[in-house]
Design a protein around this ligand. Structure first.
Ligand SMILES: C[S@@+](CC[C@H](N)C(=O)[O-])C[C@H]1O[C@@H](n2cnc3c(N)ncnc32)[C@H](O)[C@@H]1O
Ligand code: SF4
Length: 356
């Protein structure tokens, strides 16, 4: 059967002030052991779940670009038998990688690259504790294009204390001069376990500025999910459509629908160990989270309304259908070929809470 594949790389060169992702800056000596562990997990999962081919692959992190090329050569030797029909292979990268690294990973078959740019303003980059400069980011994006990448994403963070119309306008000007095909723009979240934990002074609460920024991005890039603009990322679309995916690596998440011997279906997420040392010791020691039909329905509505995926009206009961009809009349939702969509993805949370 065909699935999506997510591989987590839990290493970074430095830790950004806002980031709670599962990543380590002081365990580089474990990179070799980590490859062996993900190999063990991938071989186990692909056999256990009868995987014969991968629809999309996403190598995320942490910072996948901190891994040496030999890591990816070995990884693709492992994955190649499953990649005959693969439509999209994405890798995340810091925007300070060399032209040679970009060219080599392109040659391995990776066809989409995602740079953690965050901003083109050097003061803001320092504030976030990024280890790259604006000039480096510009050069790396140009190099990615020269290396043959047609699909280039940048991540941006907005709603930080330093943001102004002028700063964001300047970022947009630089973006418009570069061969970027996709933007993931995230409103800063103050997360537990980060340097900025509980420090809300690092955020700027200015809804008008946030909406203005989204409107500006929309001028050049198609808005297709609450944080995503431009050429569709097929892998993420697959998540929102509840396609099944393997989650490989420390802190990754997998999602499966499994037919039991009694003919009933089990729908579950599985979580390999988050701690890298524990993961390396036993990469196939999972925690399972079973989802009820109600859980799944809620997710379908929530994820569908946040994006162009929409959701099927048949999953609703009579009471919920009536609420949806009210929202259609109020021009908050629309229906097309028995699917329900939101006009404004920013309202998805509130609408979901109202419907169920
Ligand atoms: C795994 S990182 C991207 C790849 C690479 N590690 C990098 O930063 O260059 C995923 C993205 O999540 C976003 N992100 C992480 N923590 C965030 C937070 N607290 N608030 C908003 N966005 C966040 C950043 O835009 C970041 O680029
Ligand atoms: S944002 Fe990216 S580079 Fe920064 S700590 Fe998080 S994963 Fe690492």
């Amino acid at each position: 059967m065909e699935n999506l594949l997510y591989i987590h790389i839990p290493f970074c060169d430095s830790k950004c002030n806002y980031c709670a992702f599962n990543s380590y800056t002081n365990l580089n000596h474990l990179k070799k052991d980590y490859f062996n562990a993900i190999k063990t997990q991938f071989l186990n999962d692909s056999e256990k779940f009868n995987i014969t081919s991968l629809e999309t692959v996403f190598v995320g992190g942490g910072t996948p670009s901190t891994m040496p090329l030999s890591f990816y050569e070995n990884l693709f030797n492992l994955l190649n038998p499953f990649l005959k029909n693969t439509k999209e292979i994405t890798i995340e990268s810091n925007p300070n990688t060399s032209f040679e690294w970009l060219k080599e990973i392109k040659n391995l078959g990776i066809n989409r690259i995602s740079f953690g740019v965050q901003s083109f303003n050097d003061e803001k980059l320092k504030f976030l504790n990024r280890n790259h400069s604006s000039i480096q980011a510009i050069k790396t994006i140009e190099n990615a294009k020269k290396a043959g990448f047609e699909n280039i994403n940048i991540d941006l963070i907005y709603a930080t204390a330093l943001d102004t119309y002028e700063l964001l306008q300047n970022d947009l000007k630089i973006i418009n001069s570069l061969p970027i095909t996709h933007i993931s723009a995230y409103s800063l979240m103050i997360e537990k376990g980060t340097k900025w934990e509980n420090d809300y002074s690092k955020r700027k609460e200015d809804e008008k500025l946030e909406i203005w920024f989204i409107e500006q991005i929309k001028k050049r890039f198609n808005w297709y999910e609450i944080s995503n603009f431009g050429n569709l990322c097929l892998h993420n679309l697959g998540y929102w459509q509840h396609k099944e995916y393997l989650g490989i690596g420390a802190g990754a998440v997998g999602f499966k629908k499994w037919k039991m011997e009694n003919g009933k279906w089990k729908i579950f997420r599985y979580y390999p160990k988050r701690n890298i040392k524990e993961y390396i010791k036993n990469p196939i020691n999972y925690k399972y989270e079973y989802l009820s039909n109600e859980d799944l329905k809620k997710e379908k509505i929530f994820l569908g309304l946040r994006s162009i995926a929409g959701f099927d009206e048949n999953i609703l009961n009579q009471n919920e259908k009536e609420k949806v009809n009210l929202l259609i009349n109020a021009k908050k939702l629309y229906k097309k070929e028995k699917k329900i969509y939101a006009y404004d993805f920013l309202l998805a949370d509130a609408i979901t809470t109202y419907i169920i």
